[in-house]
Design a protein around this ligand. Structure first.
Ligand SMILES: Nc1ncnc2c1ncn2[C@@H]1O[C@H](COP(=O)(O)OP(=O)(O)OP(=O)(O)O)[C@@H](O)[C@H]1O
Ligand SMILES: [Mg+2]
Length: 363
């Protein structure tokens, strides 16, 4: 069993393992990262999630020391490392392209960093054996890296970083090149490895499902800014802006204006909590909607026509249209052998009024 990566000595003291204060990055006239603060607690699996070009890689490079921030301070384990090079920081980064030595064996690739760090041979051998077991590559240790599959190479890249026992492991879209099945398998692996070694992972992705799958916490970025930070549940259930609601998960959107404690939409009016007169958008997740009449005191309902039914295995996607023409997407779970809803039927759709997340139009 491999020994754990160091969490530093900050756990328990209340000092975060990584602390970015007022950090920004401007390339020429382009702001890649606007001044921001970010703390990462020891032991976290933090994902940085956002669309292409929002500054995710730049932020990771600032933590690793591969990019010099235009402003601000980077502290790791209570030490100011802003002006310290990447090789002297207690971090290790797994790049998207892996950057492996293709003609060297798995073992030689993993040993490389240990050699540079002058780790004694006996200890290096032990650590390599441990990490090979951790990423399940022991059987391929003496194979050249260019004779491995994409998923296996990905594991080598991970092993090569983990073997250095960084306090913070930085992962820049490490799974992006893998096909869906392999990516899902590697997500499970990463969770297991994180549990097993108890380290601190900062993981960059533009895939919302991957972020929900992996993380203890998610930071959603847009255009160099942090839009929201929270647990996967908080981000999904309480999106702070229309951007976050749209980027994470599927959602129905009903725009309207607030009047006397209700949002008035084209489809009807529903109780909602927002300022009178405000232009708002109500977000409603597809799985919050029931096909059938109201069952609870705070349920609301509309009449709609079923337009399309898509069988997805454990769930069905149903597209309905309300009388005013508003499209409503549902996700229903159905029992094995259960009947599927039928297109062309007129139905009642109901949901808890409290499940509508009301967000100002301008957010
Ligand atoms: N070395 C550089 N010189 C100039 N501009 C850069 C440089 N690196 C990044 N940028 C710009 O900074 C912005 C953020 O880039 P960054 O690579 O951090 O985005 P990202 O969120 O990682 O995107 P992706 O998901 O596509 O990898 C982009 O507009 C990019 O063009
Ligand atoms: Mg990137």
């Amino acid at each position: 069993m491999p020994e754990g990566m160091s969490n530093g000595n900050s756990s328990g003291t209340g000092v975060p393992l990584v602390r970015l204060s007022n950090v920004s990055m401007v390339y020429g006239g382009v702001t890649a990262v606007a001044p921001l603060d970010l703390d990462v607690a020891a032991g976290a699996f933090l994902s940085i999630l956002g669309p292409s070009g929002c500054g995710k890689s730049t932020l990771l490079k600032i933590i690793a020391g591969f990019a010099d921030p235009s402003s601000g301070r980077v502290e790791i384990d209570g030490v100011d490392v802003t002006r310290i090079g990447p090789e002297k920081r207690p971090t290790n980064m797994v790049f998207q392209g892996y950057g492996l030595f293709p003609h060297m064996t798995v073992r030689q690739n993993i040993a490389f960093g240990l050699g540079i760090a002058r780790v004694p041979a006996a200890e290096a051998r032990r650590r390599i054996a441990d990490v090979l077991e951790l990423v399940q590559l022991a059987a391929l240790a003496d194979r050249a890296v260019d004779q491995l599959s994409g998923g296996q190479q990905q594991r080598v890249a991970l092993a090569r970083a983990i073997v250095m026992r960084p306090k913070v492991l930085l992962l820049d879209e490490p799974l992006a090149a893998l096909d869906l099945k392999l990516r899902q398998a590697m997500q499970e692996e990463l969770r297991r490895i994180h549990r097993q070694i108890g380290g601190t992972f900062v993981f960059v992705t533009h895939d919302q499902e991957e972020a929900l799958n992996l993380s203890s916490e998610i930071v959603v970025m847009q255009a160099g800014r942090v839009e929201q930070r929270g647990t996967p549940q908080e981000i999904y259930r309480r999106p702070a802006s229309l951007f976050v609601a749209g980027f994470v998960g599927e959602s129905n959107r009903f725009s309207g204006r607030m009047r006397s404690g209700r949002i008035e939409t084209a489809m009807g009016s529903f109780p909602a909590d927002a300022k009178d007169g405000a232009e708002v958008v109500a977000i409603l997740r597809p799985e919050a909607i029931t096909l059938g009449p109201v069952r609870r005191a705070d349920d609301v309902a509309v009449t709609a026509m079923i337009e399309d039914v898509v069988f997805l295995g454990e769930r069905v996607k149903v597209v309905c249209r309300a009388e005013d023409g508003t499209a409503i997407h549902l996700r229903l779970s159905i029992e094995a052998r259960g009947q599927l809803p039928q297109a062309g039927r007129s139905v009642t759709l109901s949901w808890r009024a409290a499940d509508m997340i009301v967000i100002p139009e301008s957010s």
